[in-house]
Design a protein around this ligand. Structure first.
Ligand SMILES: [Zn+2]
Length: 514
């Protein structure tokens, strides 16, 4: 099998078709406009990976190589996300760590030297999440996204305006217009604040530049993505009690001396069914939950929203997670969906807890730099189990028992380590595995199978959470790197186990009916 067909085969096609007839007519009318806007988000995302990629993509889609088309559709370019964005096509180079956020040949020295000669405002623009760095007359310069991608954003604006015209719900209408304006002016905060506050809407469209995972150079620049989701109010209502008790969850979370947590005013938990996605959200591995926005000002002054994508999560669990647990333990480790769902929910909650600012006011993400995402994902996972273990039975959190929690979490570890151990979530899971193995919670048998032992689970999880929060609050970039070098390096046990999983899909892939 070629590498291309192998990569395609690792994603199981699943049907998550949604019954649109249940949606009100005004929303049905808005959907085609939203789809058009969201497809342009993919165009921008492609340009962020490599300028000129959208045109190459169109060419690939117009040709007759079906396998190539399928691969490019799935990965939004020639690179395999499963191999750290290595190109599977000889005519293309591997995706550089800089993507197209920076000139391809930039060095850290050039960057530092350029910043040293700038005033504060220029420096801020260079470090901004929403600027592209170009070289003009031999000098580095920051160009805001809304200028650099003005053409696509202008079209997106029109489609969003059309969608807003169809919609009857006032809040949703206001949000769509505000977001459209935010994208073309570079003022993202107002619309993000509106989004956090937007409740009781039939659909929840989330779109814009958000995550900085793709920036392997400095971890500063955000990629565009979009999610179109139908809100499941019935399932969401069951999470209300947890939502109302977030302060009690925050209380047990470590915040090392001097550091400060993000003090969000609200953090609604929304359960949704995804009906479309684009940009980075539609590249390879599909997110099944997220917590946005990332903007520290919005988080601190308004709050954030936790989205649980029920249909995607369930598809992943049934097709991947459960099968992995079965395989690497010969049926002894039983993963269950319900505890897994709550673990993922608490992972998202944990992103909002613990240190957000250092004693000197620097946001933690800035202080740690490019290793931040791996540390933060490990913190969110560890915080997730920590909350389930310590608060199960209280505040609307079900009491699952520590063995059930451990087993359902354990299966998930291998599911994401297979994505690539260099990617933030994969690296985070290697940390958790190695730590829990060191503490005797995970045991490797002679035949390479795994067993779990929950005896030391509670102290092991607490120690790891304390260490990760300490790193976020106080460690130097070197210290954070040293921690990852020690714990995020996969051993033979992990690599052998991953090698055994070849017949189990890595993730799911959906073809939307929209
Ligand atoms: Zn996360």
């Amino acid at each position: 099998m070629s590498k291309v067909s192998e990569a395609i085969a690792k994603f199981k096609k699943v049907d998550i078709s949604y019954d649109y007839s249940a949606l009100p007519q005004d929303i049905k009318n808005a959907l085609p406009h939203l789809k058009k806007a969201f497809d342009l988000i993919t165009t921008i995302f492609m340009r962020q990976q490599m300028e000129g990629l959208p045109e190459i993509y169109e060419k690939v889609m117009s040709e007759n190589d079906e396998e190539k088309k399928e691969f490019w559709k799935q990965f939004k370019g020639p690179w395999s996300q499963l191999e750290d964005f290595k190109s599977l096509y000889p005519e293309f180079k591997d995706r550089p760590a800089t993507c197209a956020f920076y000139p391809a040949d930039i060095t850290k020295e050039e960057w530092d030297k350029a910043l040293a000669g700038m005033d504060e405002a220029e420096k801020e623009l260079m470090n901004d999440t929403y600027t592209v760095i170009i070289r003009e007359n031999g000098k580095l310069k920051a160009v805001p996204y809304h200028v650099h991608y003005a053409e696509e954003l202008g079209e997106i604006f029109d489609h969003l305006e059309n969608a807003a015209e169809c919609v009857e719900n006032e809040l949703l209408k206001e949000y769509l217009i505000s977001r459209a304006e935010g994208l073309v002016t570079g003022n993202y905060r107002d619309s993000e604040a509106l989004w956090v506050k937007m409740k009781d809407v039939p659909i929840d469209p989330v779109f814009g530049p958000f995550e900085v995972y793709a920036d392997g150079f400095l971890g500063l620049k955000a990629t565009y993505e979009a999610f179109l989701m139908v809100v499941d109010h019935e399932k969401g209502n069951r999470l209300k009690e947890i939502e109302n008790n977030l302060a009690n969850l925050a209380r047990i979370f470590p915040v090392p001396a001097g550091s400060k947590p993000a003090v969000g005013k609200i953090a609604p938990m929304i359960v949704v069914h995804q009906i479309y996605s684009s940009g980075e959200a539609a590249q390879g591995i599909m997110p099944s939950a997220f917590n946005l926005p990332n903007d520290a000002w919005v988080r601190g002054n308004v709050g954030w929203k936790q989205i649980m994508i029920y249909n995607i999560m369930q598809a992943k669990f049934n097709n991947c997670t459960m099968k992995i647990a079965d395989k690497i333990s010969h049926g002894k480790i039983k993963a269950e969906f319900d505890p897994y769902f709550y673990f993922v929910l608490m992972h998202e909650v944990s992103h909002g807890l613990g240190p957000a600012y250092r004693a000197d006011g620097t946001p933690v993400a800035k202080a740690i730099g490019k290793n931040y995402t791996a540390i933060e994902e490990a913190k969110a996972d560890t915080g997730g189990i920590f909350i389930l273990l310590n608060l199960g039975g209280k505040y609307g959190i079900p009491a699952f028992g520590k063995e059930t929690i451990l087993n359902s979490f354990f299966a998930g570890l291998f599911r994401s380590m297979r994505f690539g151990v260099h990617e933030a979530h994969g690296a985070a899971n290697v940390v958790e595995f190695n730590w829990l193995k060191e503490k005797g919670v995970i045991k490797v048998l002679d035949n390479g199978d795994f067993e779990t032992d929950s005896t030391n689970l509670i102290p092991a999880v607490e120690e790891l959470l304390n260490e990760l929060c300490r790193i976020e609050a106080q460690a130097s970039t070197e210290e954070a790197a040293a921690f990852l070098k020690k714990y995020a390096t996969p051993g033979k046990d992990i690599l052998d186990a991953i090698a055994k999983l070849t017949d189990i899909p890595i993730d799911v892939r959906v073809e939307y009916k929209l």
